[in-house]
Design a protein around this ligand. Structure first.
Ligand SMILES: Nc1nc2c(c(=O)[nH]1)N[C@H]1C(S)=C(S)[C@@H](COP(=O)(O)O)O[C@H]1N2
Ligand SMILES: [Mo]
Length: 362
C-alpha cells in the first residue's frame, strides 16, 4: 500500500484513492500540522504533474486570457503566506453515522482537519491581471484527476463566489509549511480557500474559469451539498439541497481518547475549535457532566482569521464514568448544536455537534 510519506499510525479509510486522517493525538499541541500527519482526501488517482510543464489557464468571463507557468506565477505576482486550517466537509461524520447509517461514505473521525502555512499568489491578483468584466459572479477551478465516483466520471472541480475569490486570502499555493507543495496535497499548485469546506481547495489546479454561474462539475452541483434528511442517498440531482461554502463553528476533543481510563483528580482536556468565513473563536466551554455545568477552556495562540484555535482546560473528575463534552462559540455568537441528530444529513456533511468522549475514572 502506498503510504505517501505519512506516519505509520494514520487511520486509512481507503487505500486507493488514498483517504486518511491522523490519530487525534497527532493534532494536539501544535498550531501547524506536520505534512506527515496532515489528513488527505482524494476522489481519484493522484496525478503526477511536472512543475516545468505545468500551466495554469485563466479564462471564461475575463478581459484577456492568461496562461501562466509556475515561474510566471511566482515572479509575476506578490507572494503571500498565511496560516489556514483545511477541514473536509466529512470531518466527524462518524458521529452522524452513529445516529443513522450513511452507506458509501467514509466514517471520518475528528481528524479530517489540519492546519498549514500556505505560500502562493493571491487568486485576486491573478484575476485582476486577467480583468473581470461586469456579469462575473463565480470562479471555477478544474484539476486533471478523474474521479470514478462522480456521475458521470469526470475530472475534479468546484467553484467559489467571485466576492470570496477577490478577498485576497484565496491562494494559488505552491508551498506548504515552507516546503514545495507535496504531490499528494496538490503539487505543483493548488487552490487554498480558507474558511470554506476543503472540497473547494482544488488540488493540481490547471484551469481557472470566471463565470456567471457556479461550476456544473459533479463535486459542486451534486456532491458537497447539504440535503434534507428525507432525501434518498445517491438520488440527489444537480442543484438539490444547499451548496456548502463557509464552514460552521466546530470543535473536537483531542485528549483524552474516547474510552480512556483516567486516575482521579484533575484531568487535562485539550482540543481544537474552528469557524469558517473568517469568524474567530470567541470561547470554548468544557463540561465533565454531559453539559449540565461548564467551565471555560484557555485558548491557545491565534494565527489569524483562518486558523483553528487549540484549547485546553483542567477539570476535576470524580471517580466513576464521566462524559466530557465541549462547545465552541464563534465571534458571531454562533454555538455548536448539542446533538448530532440535529445535523444528520444523507451525505454526512458538516457535523459540528458537541464532541463527546466517555472516560472511566478510577
Ligand atoms: N483535484 C482535487 N482536489 C481536491 C480533492 C480531490 O479529490 N481532487 N479533494 C478535495 C477535498 S474533499 C478535500 S477535503 C481537500 C483535501 O486536501 P488534502 O488532501 O491536501 O488534505 O482537497 C480537495 N481538493
Ligand atoms: Mo473534503
Amino acid at each position: 500500500m502506498e503510504r505517501w510519506g505519512k506516519r505509520d499510525d494514520m487511520i486509512v479509510h481507503e487505500a486507493d484513492p488514498y483517504n486518511a486522517e491522523p490519530p487525534r493525538g497527532a493534532l494536539a499541541g501544535a498550531m501547524l500540522t506536520p505534512v506527515d500527519s496532515f489528513y488527505s482526501r482524494n476522489h481519484g488517482p493522484v496525478p503526477q504533474l511536472d512543475p516545468r510543464t505545468w500551466r495554469l489557464q485563466v479564462g471564461g468571463l475575463v478581459e484577456r486570457e492568461l496562461q501562466l507557468s509556475l515561474a510566471d506565477l511566482r515572479t509575476g505576482f506578490p507572494e503571500r503566506t498565511l496560516t489556514a486550517t483545511l477541514q473536509c466537509a466529512g470531518n466527524r461524520r462518524a458521529g452522524l453515522i452513529a445516529v443513522r447509517d450513511i452507506p458509501g461514505e467514509d466514517p471520518w473521525g475528528p481528524g479530517a482537519i489540519s492546519t498549514a502555512e500556505w505560500t502562493g499568489a493571491r487568486l485576486a491578483d491573478v484575476l485582476r491581471g486577467a480583468g473581470i468584466p461586469g456579469g462575473a459572479a463565480h470562479v471555477a477551478f478544474e484539476a486533471p484527476d478523474v474521479s470514478p465516483a462522480a456521475d458521470p466520471p469526470q475530472a475534479y472541480g468546484g467553484s467559489i463566489p467571485l466576492d470570496a475569490a477577490l478577498t485576497g486570502d484565496v491562494l494559488l499555493a505552491w508551498a506548504m509549511n515552507g516546503q514545495p507543495l507535496p504531490r499528494l496535497h496538490g503539487g505543483p499548485v493548488r487552490v487554498v480557500v480558507p474558511g470554506f469546506i476543503g472540497a473547494r481547495s482544488v488540488k493540481w489546479v490547471q484551469r481557472v474559469t470566471v463565470a456567471a454561474r457556479p461550476s456544473a462539475n459533479y463535486f459542486q452541483a451534486t456532491a458537497y451539498r447539504l440535503l434534507p434528511p428525507d432525501a434518498g442517498p445517491g438520488r440527489a440531482a444537480p442543484g438539490d439541497g444547499l451548496s456548502l461554502g463557509p464552514t460552521p463553528v466546530n470543535a473536537a476533543i483531542l485528549h483524552p481518547d474516547d474510552g480512556a481510563v483516567l486516575g482521579p483528580g484533575p484531568a487535562e482536556i485539550t482540543g481544537y475549535a474552528h469557524a469558517g468565513g473568517g469568524r474567530g473563536i470567541a470561547r470554548v466551554d468544557v463540561s465533565a457532566d454531559g453539559g449540565r455545568t461548564w467551565c471555560q477552556a484557555r485558548l491557545g495562540e491565534e494565527a489569524g482569521p483562518w486558523a483553528w484555535r487549540l484549547w485546553r482546560c483542567v477539570i476535576d473528575l470524580p471517580s466513576g464514568p464521566a462524559e466530557i463534552t465541549a462547545r465552541a462559540w464563534d465571534t458571531a455568537a454562533e454555538v455548536q448544536p448539542a446533538s448530532a441528530a440535529e445535523r444528520w444529513n444523507p451525505k454526512g456533511y458538516v457535523n459540528n455537534s458537541w464532541p463527546r468522549v466517555r472516560v472511566q475514572v478510577r
